[in-house]
Design a protein around this ligand. Structure first.
Ligand code: BGC
Length: 762
């Protein structure tokens, strides 16, 4: 049995030894373990003095890209590969995945987060965690919870009503925690409805442990703890980074003077000790760098979303893919082709094992003559240095005011004398710690697109960005558009794979691309002010909001083209006690093998509560050979049909006719099946404050009311008149019973109401 720990040792165990290790307690046989960022690679700091550069490790595509694969299986493989790399570096816990919703396209960490939809984020993250933990390396699901902006992130209160919290912002966490059992969860910096996540007993204990049965460790985000004693009492096990000697002392004194129950500290320390024990199962491993680079390329290729691929006059089919055997000339324009943007800034910044760029990969992939022009300047470093992945630090260099006319002229001239022009543009400053100010392309990049499109009708735009960019003001000018996100170290090769058709694109948008920022549901309430941000759009996050208001968008959630086409047969749906099952035949109607992401959106038009018109409830990424048909099965667990009922404080599945729409995006619904679902049995107790309408809708309530008012029949009183006249009754329905006592002729004395309440609820 492990030796008893003193209060001082327990306190020390609940804070780190330093930035990346837990505190060892040697005599108790508790060694230190290493935790490190995450999420899209293992960023292990090699030199304590160098916060920026970690040891070389594979920089996989960040979550913005992996989410676009819509393929849980691929995420599991990525998690496994990360587990191997963690083992090779003696890392016990990898600080990821980040699964917060993308509430606004301005969110500074959108590149690190998956989606505007909690089901997509939750399903993908679950597999990532299972893959990682299959190597006895722990995941750290972050940032729990409601971390959806960087502005004032360490203080801001996310003010969000309970239904929205449950159905949107906690839902992905619930899924991952209950299905993948992550070893650790990281609390967010921000407050939720006025309480710091790090010291919120409701969040960390009641919901996470009480309702979801979580047994792992909750650690703080780095520097998120404002009050150590309150945090420990709330259920926060590990404060990071350490050391936190003064906090340890505060805990000791609090235990000493009875302000903190010693058992709570002992409980938290025991959880940290158990985590350290679990990590001991891990064995060293030497991973294959080439294989991981190849996997990074495969995932990146699957993440690329083909947004537009128009046919040119006189040609059959779209401009893409390009023929790798074609001779002729290709102009590659834009510095990002040579100096790729492949990850965002902040704690997830990786030092890749190597870095492909699109220019070299395109040159290697074709027999055509490839010529390059930078088109716009990139802040200082034009070379392909690994550290440039974060993008230039000097924004002024790319400011519209400093458009470089000579670079534009050179690019335009090259485009004019080439058969095809490939334009690489995107965003420049995406980093943890700062939200974006706009979703527009930098002026210099837009100018490049305009110049090239005017010079060559065969122009393809390739975007590199960690959060959505508006395309509506320029995409009509080009026939082809590729959303290549931030693709990690092998992104250059993946872009070439898609351009030349070695990979048939199957990426789908995990977030809506709006026509303009002002259309976005979050627009009026982001990022808040004076310490508060109001989640005014409520449940209507992302596509739910665009759909509810029937707004046009540039490219809808779930959208993405392929080099082939898919046809949908008729959907059939069945409902059972475990949920719904929808089957649909899908045919590859084109001439190339391809992959379709079949999406199921479910709506309940007659719902009694406010709801999104349709919500993603299942999806499947399926490879289908040209000419073949595959029967796709989409299952929805009954729990996933529920809404959070604030009156009951629990999930409720409403009975009714559920509309199951199957299609290729949230706005390309090809077939619908309607299925009746039996609702949960529940009854809201009637009170004096329940309205007459609520009484009449309840069978026992209606009976009690009928008896109470029965005596009025035929009487010449205003109350009797109300009940006799259907219009008047409508008028009265919204009135609480207690307020009807004063009405002339009302039999509803306080005593009479008490009797009614007793009779109705008996
Ligand atoms: C980030 C976390 C990260 C931690 C450690 C924090 O600033 O919010 O996501 O894991 O630093 O680097």
């Amino acid at each position: 049995m492990a030796p008893e720990l003193s209060v001082a040792e327990q306190a020390a165990l609940t804070s780190g030894r330093d930035a990346w290790h837990t505190t060892p307690i040697e005599h108790a046989g508790i060694p230190a373990i290493t935790v490190t960022d995450g999420p899209h690679g293992v960023r292990q700091q090699a030199d304590p003095a160098d916060m920026l550069r970690g040891r070389p490790a594979t920089c996989f595509p960040p979550a913005v890209a992996t989410a676009s694969t819509w393929d849980p299986e691929l995420l599991r493989r990525m998690g496994e590969a990360l587990g191997e790399e963690c083992r090779s570096m003696d890392v016990a816990v990898l600080l990821g995945p980040g699964i917060n919703l993308k509430r606004s396209p301005l969110g500074g960490r959108n590149f690190e987060y998956f989606s505007e939809d909690p089901l997509l984020a939750g399903l993908l993250a679950t597999e990532w965690v299972l893959g990682l933990q299959s190597h006895d390396v722990g995941a750290c699901v972050k940032h729990f919870a409601v971390n959806n902006q960087e502005t004032d992130r360490m203080r801001v209160s996310a003010d969000v009503e309970m239904r929205t919290l449950r159905e949107m912002y906690l839902r992905a966490f619930h899924r991952v925690v209950t299905r993948a059992r992550p070893w650790t969860v990281m609390c967010a910096y921000n407050k939720i409805n006025g309480v710091y996540a790090s010291q919120d007993p409701w969040l960390l204990t009641q919901v996470l442990r009480g309702e979801w049965g979580y047994e792992g460790v909750v650690m703080s985000d780095w520097g998120a703890v404002a009050d150590r004693v309150a945090a420990v009492a709330a259920g926060l096990d590990l404060t990071m980074p350490g050391p936190d000697d003064s906090g340890d002392k505060e805990l000791e004194s609090a235990v000493g003077d009875g302000a903190l129950d010693r058992r709570l500290l002992a409980r938290n320390a025991a959880r940290v000790a158990a985590l350290v024990g679990k990590a001991a199962a891990r064995r060293p491993f030497d991973y294959d760098r080439d294989a991981h680079h190849a996997l990074a390329r495969e995932i990146a290729g699957r993440a690329i979303v083909l947004l537009k691929n128009d046919a040119l006059p006189g040609h059959v089919g779209g401009l893409l893919p390009l023929d790798p055997a074609g001779t002729g000339s290709i102009a590659v324009l834009g510095e990002f082709a040579r100096t790729p943007r492949y990850q965002g800034g902040g704690s997830s910044l990786m030092n890749p094992t190597r870095l492909d760029n699109a220019l070299d990969e395109i040159t290697a992939a074709t027999r055509a003559t490839v010529r390059f022009a930078p088109g716009y300047p990139v802040g200082g470093a034009a070379g392909g240095a690994a550290g440039a992945g974060q993008g230039p630090l000097d924004g002024a260099l790319l400011d519209g005011a400093l458009l470089d006319g000579a670079l534009l002229d050179e690019a335009g001239a090259l485009a004019a004398c080439s058969d095809v022009a490939l334009v690489f543009v995107g965003s420049e400053h995406e980093t943890e710690g700062a939200d974006a100010a706009s979703i527009d392309l930098p002026a210099a990049h837009r100018a490049l697109i305009e110049r090239v499109a005017a010079a060559n009708p065969r122009t393809v735009v390739i975007l590199s960005n960690g959060a959505v960019l508006a395309t509506s003001s320029w995409d009509a000018a080009v026939p082809a558009l590729i959303e290549a996100w931030l693709l990690g170290q092998a992104g250059g090769g993946a872009i070439a794979d898609v351009l030349f058709g070695r990979v048939n694109p199957s990426g789908r948008l995990a977030e809506t691309i709006p026509l303009k920022l002002a259309d976005h549901p979050s627009y009026l309430d982001f990022p808040g002010e004076h310490g508060h941000v109001r989640y005014g759009e409520g449940l209507f996050v992302g596509y739910r909001g665009f759909d509810a208001r029937e707004q046009e968008v540039s490219y809808p959630f779930g959208f993405g083209l392929s080099y082939t086409t898919f046809g949908y047969g008729e959907a059939r749906a069945v409902s059972g006690e475990h949920g719904l099952e929808v089957r649909v035949p899908v045919t590859n109607t084109g001439r190339r093998d391809g992959r379709e992401v079949v999406q199921l959106y479910v709506g309940l038009p007659d719902s009694a509560v406010s709801r999104a018109r349709r919500e993603l409830k299942a999806f499947a990424s399926v490879a289908i050979e040209a000419g073949q048909t595959v029967e796709v099965t989409l299952a929805v667990a009954r729990d996933d049909l529920g809404y959070w009922d604030t009156r009951l404080g629990r999930w409720v599945v409403e009975g009714g006719d559920y509309h199951c729409h199957v299609g290729a995006s949230s706005r390309d619904l090809r077939t619908t099946a309607v299925v009746t679902v039996a609702g949960d049995e529940f009854r809201i107790p009637l009170t004096a404050q329940s309205t007459l309408g609520e009484w009449l809708e309840d069978p026992r309530g209606a009976q009690a009311i009928a008896q109470a008012f029965g005596g009025l029949a035929g009487e010449d009183s205003p109350m009797a008149a109300f009940f006799a006249d259907p219009t008047m009754l409508m008028f009265l329905r919204a009135t609480p019973l207690a307020r009807m006592g004063n009405f002339q002729g009302s039999p509803l004395t306080t005593e009479a109401i008490a009797k009614l309440v007793a009779a109705a609820n008996d």
